[in-house]
Design a protein around this ligand. Structure first.
Ligand SMILES: [Mn+2]
Length: 217
């Protein structure tokens, strides 16, 4: 039986992405799922999508992909900030098509696990939560609304409120090390900031990682 492998936020770090994949040595029976924010901030957004396609990697939608898709839909590419615009101009038709088909989450039923970019509101059914929530949430504020950590410093991390099934694997909050709770694991280890790019092999409960060549942003 093949392995199920999750990969954290790549943010255009093509060199580290390829290095990690070579370390993982994927077999044709393996399933690889990247957790969103494949693009932006780093140097090679087009290249990382090409690599994902070469390796037949699936991905979920991150807030960075969502932002660019919205800009494209509204024809507002020129109004984007510089790193978004750099990416916007790098992407080919094939890249856009690939981004457009990204789902908001991927459910691995047999493993009782969901893979998502940001996370979930702990008190409502996870399946129906909108992409704007599941790609962005970091903390829950006093009113129970999803927020970024920086906008609600006294908010509680959603993972600390997530006590139920399914198990959730997510990215979106860069940390020095992977962050585990009983029912979640966060594997964004800040590659683009000079940290590591991490993969989590579900069946082996094992992390594989490579160090970033440098801090790109
Ligand atoms: Mn993100």
């Amino acid at each position: 039986m093949g392995r199920t492998i999750a990969i954290g936020d790549v943010h255009g770090c093509a060199w580290e992405f390829e290095k990690l994949l070579k370390k993982i040595k994927p077999e044709p029976t393996d399933t690889i799922i990247q957790l969103g924010d494949l693009i932006n901030k780093g140097p090679n957004s087009h290249d990382v999508i090409a690599i994902a396609q070469d390796y037949k990697i699936s991905a979920v939608m991150g807030n960075h992909e969502l932002r660019l898709l919205k800009a494209k839909k509204d024809n507002k590419g020129k109004a984007l900030s510089s790193y978004n615009r750099d990416t916007y101009e790098q992407l080919t038709k094939i890249d856009w098509k690939w981004i457009e088909q990204l789902p908001k989450h991927i459910h691995k039923k047999q493993l009782k696990t969901v893979l998502v970019h940001g996370g979930f509101l702990p008190d409502s059914p996870w399946r129906s939560q909108p992409i704007e929530v599941v790609s962005q949430v970091q903390v829950i504020d006093k009113k129970g609304n999803p927020q970024k950590r920086s906008d609600a410093p006294s908010g509680k991390l959603w993972v600390n409120l997530w006590k139920k099934k399914p198990f959730v694997i997510y990215g979106h909050i860069p940390r020095r090390k992977v962050y585990r709770t009983k029912k979640t694991i966060g594997i964004d280890t800040g590659c683009v900031y000079g940290g590591n790019l991490s993969a989590y092999i579900l069946e082996e409960d094992r992390i594989v990682r490579v160090a970033a060549k440098k801090a790109y942003c």
